[in-house]
Design a protein around this ligand. Structure first.
Ligand SMILES: [Cu+2]
Length: 144
């Protein structure tokens, strides 16, 4: 008798347990999954598009520059041949000032130390120039 009671109790416990579990699964309304908070996404780096602009090819009318350095009381280069429309820029690398002047008085420029002077040659010809302060400084520009 004791054995049977024990079995019965065991069975009841089992059933109730089973009932419990089934109950839980069937009747409990499923909670909707908690809405996931939008995780802050790190700012995606904007990919820099490669510049597809074609490189401008130098054309006939392009602005051309010829640089002449003034150093140690010399024009370097002292003789240049340029095309019509070229801008010549002299840069004074000396510690003393210079005054560039063309022999035909077409242009002249004051150059302080580190200063620059530019002139655009729009007419073909040969232009001799010098420094008004240092007469030994001479140069020639041939415009073609
Ligand atoms: Cu000079």
């Amino acid at each position: 008798m004791k054995k049977i009671t024990g079995l019965l109790i065991g069975a009841i416990i089992l059933i109730s347990l089973a009932g419990c579990t089934t109950n839980q699964w069937t009747t409990q309304p499923r909670r909707p999954a908690p809405q996931q908070r939008p995780t802050p996404t790190p700012p995606t780096p904007v990919p820099t598009l490669p510049t597809t602009q074609p490189q401008k090819e130098p054309t006939a009318g392009a602005h051309v520059t010829q640089n002449i350095t003034i150093q140690n009381l010399k024009f370097t280069p002292s003789n240049v041949t340029i095309k019509i429309g070229t801008t010549v820029t002299w840069t004074n690398q000396d510690k003393s000032p210079h005054i560039i002047a063309s022999n035909d008085k077409m242009f002249n420029g004051n150059l302080h130390p580190k200063g620059t002077f530019s002139y655009t040659f729009n007419k073909a010809g040969t232009y001799d120039y010098h420094c008004n302060i240092h007469r030994t400084m001479t140069g020639t520009i041939i415009v073609q």
